[in-house]
Write a protein that binds this ligand. Structure first.
Ligand code: URP
Ligand code: ZN
Ligand code: ZN
Length: 456
């Protein structure tokens, strides 16, 4: 079996940092500690940090939505992931109305198989809750799909409170968990109609018609349903201070609520929507970018360890695709890229600005998503027996974010020109060098990772 010895690096885990060698044999880590006298290819990584491969538990690759399909399919999306140190994505297999869950899962397997350069797993987004769909749940668990997503908004996806309650009670039987896109569709739908009727057609109407209280109300409703069902739940892409207050309140009321936020809600704000269309449209995502006070509240929550994961909601469209909404902001496909820049942004604006420690960064980007989504300890930690998914990170490196050097197919970067600290030098996936010198060097070697039950 081919062996690699990573000599002299600093190993980052959610519990701390320590100097140790890492011996890899085949696709697994076999020793973490002082390793001497083994017959192995040796890589000197002194001065470098070694993170467990990052996990992005919120991507949408090859998603058909808004009469188009995301710019990143699994080939470019996963290349972008590796460049961001992400060795595993949990993408949203999405059931279209009329389909079975098996249809959706097979569909996503076909999209990813032989195209993905990073490992991948699937959540299942349920859009059509029926008796026959309920009967499919055991088969989903047998195939390693143990987390689900429901939407409180979007015509094609929206479920009502009763359906969400039923899904939660049903999933509880199998140890599954459900995440929710929390926005109040009734209020937002009406505000959008009113804005258009007043001639407000530009992207600046997007945040105005999705005010913070529409997220907070939906978080409160979703966590109330979870309380009624006595089931755990996840708030995905939490974006507001008010929404976070509802998470806190629900926890005080005994609800097991996990919460995810994304770099865009920590670093960007709604001032971008008043820029010219082609720039503003690139930032149109839902929930929208918010205010400085919201960013502050989310950073504070991260600092205190009150959020659980930082993922990206990578859902990319080219500016050409975004132009479908020129003259009607409601037609702009929602979403933006992020999988490539998450780690470097969290290092630059989190660790270097002393908002979070390296260990906490590791918890948010690796260990917690691995635990929450049933992949721990195979993924999310550097430990004997774990997959040898390793990010060799130079803390002294630096760079400038630019679409010119990105691996995404969307052609723009929301953080264009931003100076960043640190550098992802090399990425190993199950013991094989897959990314080095800014390039994916072993494409399409990703594998499907069937998952177990949540454990965070
Ligand atoms: O605008 C976004 N976030 N699009 C992706 C789908 C979703 O709601 O997560
Ligand atoms: Zn969503
Ligand atoms: Zn999403």
């Amino acid at each position: 079996m081919k062996k690699i010895l990573f000599k002299g690096g600093s190993i980052v885990t959610a519990k701390g940092i320590r100097r140790a060698d890492v011996l890899v044999s085949g696709d697994k880590i076999v020793t973490v500690g002082r390793v001497m006298g083994v017959d192995a290819k040796t890589l000197n990584v002194s001065g470098k940090l070694i993170f467990p491969g990052f996990i992005d538990a919120h991507t949408h690759f090859d998603l058909e939505v808004s009469d188009t399909v995301t710019a990143d399919r699994f080939d470019s999306g996963s290349a972008s992931a590796l460049a961001g140190g992400v060795t595993t994505v949990v993408d949203f297999a999405t059931q279209n109305k009329g389909e079975t869950l098996s249809d959706a899962l097979n569909n996503w397997h076909m999209k990813a198989f032989a195209n993905s350069s990073c490992d991948y797993a699937f959540h299942m987004a349920i859009s059509d809750w029926r008796e026959d769909v309920k009967a499919e749940l055991p088969a989903m668990f047998e195939q390693g799909v143990t987390s689900f997503k429901v939407y409180m908004i979007y015509d094609a996806m929206e479920l009502c409170d009763r359906e969400i309650y039923e899904i939660m009670t049903e999933l509880k039987k199998y140890g599954g968990i459900v995440g929710c896109h929390c926005e109040n569709s009734g209020i937002i739908g009406k505000l959008r109609e009113e804005a258009l009727a007043c001639g407000e057609t530009a992207p600046s109407a997007h945040p105005k018609t999705r005010p913070d209280y529409t997220e907070a109300e939906a978080v409160r409703r979703f966590t109330t349903i979870a309380k009624a069902a006595d089931a755990p739940c996840i708030i995905v892409h939490l974006s507001t201070a008010q929404g976070y207050e509802e998470v806190r309140r629900a926890r005080e009321n005994g609800v097991k609520v996990y919460a995810e936020t994304c770099p865009q809600y920590l670093l960007l704000d709604d001032s971008v929507y008043s820029k010219p269309f082609d720039t503003a449209a690139g930032y149109v995502c839902s929930p929208p970018l918010r205010k400085s006070a919201d960013k502050k509240a989310l950073w504070e929550a991260l600092k205190r360890g009150r959020l659980d994961t930082v993922s990206t909601d990578h859902c990319s469209f080219t500016i050409e695709q975004k132009r479908a909404g020129k003259g009607d902001f409601t037609r702009i496909p929602n979403g933006m890229p992020g999988v490539e820049t998450r780690a470097i942004l969290m290092y630059t604006y989190g660790v270097k600005k002393h908002r979070i420690s390296l260990s906490r960064m590791c918890a948010y980007l690796s260990e917690n998503p691995a635990r929450l989504y049933g992949m721990y300890p195979r993924k999310g930690i550097i430990k004997a027996g774990s997959d040898a998914d390793l990010v060799i990170f130079d803390p002294k490196g630096s760079g400038t974010i630019s679409a010119k050097t990105d691996h995404s197919a969307c052609g723009y970067n929301p953080y264009e020109g931003v100076r960043v600290s640190g550098k992802i030098e090399k990425v190993f996936l199950r013991g094989r060098l897959v990314y080095s010198g800014g390039e994916v060097v072993l494409p399409h070697s990703g594998r499907y990772i069937p998952r177990g039950k949540y454990n965070l």
